[in-house]
Design a protein around this ligand. Structure first.
Ligand SMILES: Cc1ncc(COP(=O)(O)O)c(C=O)c1O
Length: 380
């Protein structure tokens, strides 16, 4: 279902064509209001009860679980993608001479942890080159064999939205005995992902892009096989019985159930968690397939308009619907993003790709302004 334009729910002024949700999602009006109210709570700490340390966390855990079709027990609250990857690298078994697969030009938070791990273990980091036909799935499957210990990939490439079939990759990874670790920050909230189909071992996302939540709050869905693993830090609230504040010094070795053992310290963020929950509620209400379809109408228009001007674009069949990369070639000025910003048009330049990432506050008018801006910026 096309959700139509939802600009009234946001606070993007007229005159701003913000086509950069992949950089940072604008906050919903209602999310800001909840954040302002939540910020006031700490002025009255006597009203904050021990139960409050758990209730917001459990609510948001359940909302994220619904978003990915999983169980709340499988969700950990984390502050960033890199934190989730630290947990993943601390838990996946990787032996000497085994391989970890990543993509060319993958985001650093899902590269550095694997570089470090493979260095420590004497394993090989295999970078799957960007295929000319943009068929990442085939390219990854071509490298995935019994030597593979981990496939650490996104759902779509952060530079241009080019897509991977994670269900297929997950299936083949399981056959090869490899773990599947997914960075979902550039897809969750705008591209459907069901953990019962993909069966990731770790699926990580921060909320500040397509989940329209605050910066510094993220989620990690953990597959059944890894729910008894080792956290990267040891805090009090993740231990069994932490609800009883009077007995915290009866130090316990056992953990809260499921993936809660991986929750970051001070995860009970009284300001940010209610904000993240409000945005997740709105996204669940819209329905991710509907968000994807609605934004897809705009990226398809970008593709058509690019084609009419001879600009190369990632074709619809090879990309997620919420993002599109344009390849402008060497004649594009280095300060292209700044020139467009001067026209009120906001996009990102990532490597060779101009990344256009709209959301429900955008209209066809924004696409017109994008191309008017590009024409001006590219004029000799
Ligand atoms: C694909 C991808 N992963 C991760 C991040 C952010 O990583 P972190 O949460 O570690 O700051 C970004 C930010 O642009 C991204 O595009």
């Amino acid at each position: 279902m096309n959700l139509g334009n939802q600009r009234d729910l946001f606070e993007v002024p007229d005159g701003i064509s913000y086509l950069n949700c992949a950089y940072m999602g604008p906050q919903l009006r209602e999310t800001r209001e909840i954040g302002e109210r939540s910020a006031g709570r700490k002025s009255r700490p006597w009203e904050v009860t021990p139960a409050d340390f758990f209730e917001d966390a459990e609510e948001v855990r359940g909302l994220f679980a619904r978003l990915v079709g999983g169980d709340a027990d499988g969700v950990a609250l984390i502050p960033s993608v890199s934190y989730g990857m630290a947990v993943a690298t601390a838990n996946v078994p990787v032996g000497r001479g085994e391989r970890v697969l990543i993509l060319e030009d993958q985001f650093p938070s899902n590269v550095h942890p694997w570089r470090e791990l493979t260095r420590q273990k004497g394993a090989d980091l295999v970078v799957v080159p960007r295929p000319d036909d943009l068929d990442w799935t085939r390219a990854v499957l071509g490298q995935l064999d019994d030597r593979t210990a981990v496939v650490a990939v996104p759902n779509c490439h952060w530079t241009d939205g080019s897509l991977l079939d994670l269900a297929e990759i997950g299936h083949r990874a399981r056959e090869a005995g490899a773990a599947l670790v997914v960075d979902g920050i550039q897809s969750l909230g705008a591209h459907p992902l069901d953990v019962s189909e993909v069966r990731p071992d770790f699926l990580v996302a921060s909320s500040y892009k397509w989940l329209l939540g605050p910066y510094g709050v993220g989620f990690m869905y953990v597959g059944e096989a890894y729910r008894e693993g080792v956290p990267v830090e040891h805090n009090w609230i993740n231990r069994r019985g932490s609800e009883d504040f009077s007995r915290l010094v009866e130090y316990r070795d056992d953990f809260q159930p499921g993936a809660r053992r991986y929750d970051v310290g001070e995860r009970s963020n009284f300001v940010l968690l209610p904000m993240a929950a409000s945005a997740l509620r709105r996204i669940l209400d819209w329905g991710v397939p509907n968000v994807s379809e609605t934004i897809g109408g705009l990226t398809d228009l970008v593709e058509t308009e690019a084609g009419a001007r001879g600009i190369e674009a990632i074709p619809g069949g090879r990309r997620a619907r919420h993002m599109i990369g344009l390849k402008l070639g060497p004649e594009a000025p280095d300060d292209l993003a700044a020139r467009l910003a001067a026209e009120g048009v906001f996009v990102s330049v990532r490597g060779e790709s101009v990344r256009i990432s709209p959301h429900l506050y955008n209209t066809e008018r924004d696409v017109e302004r994008l191309f008017a801006g590009l024409e001006k910026a590219l004029r000799p």
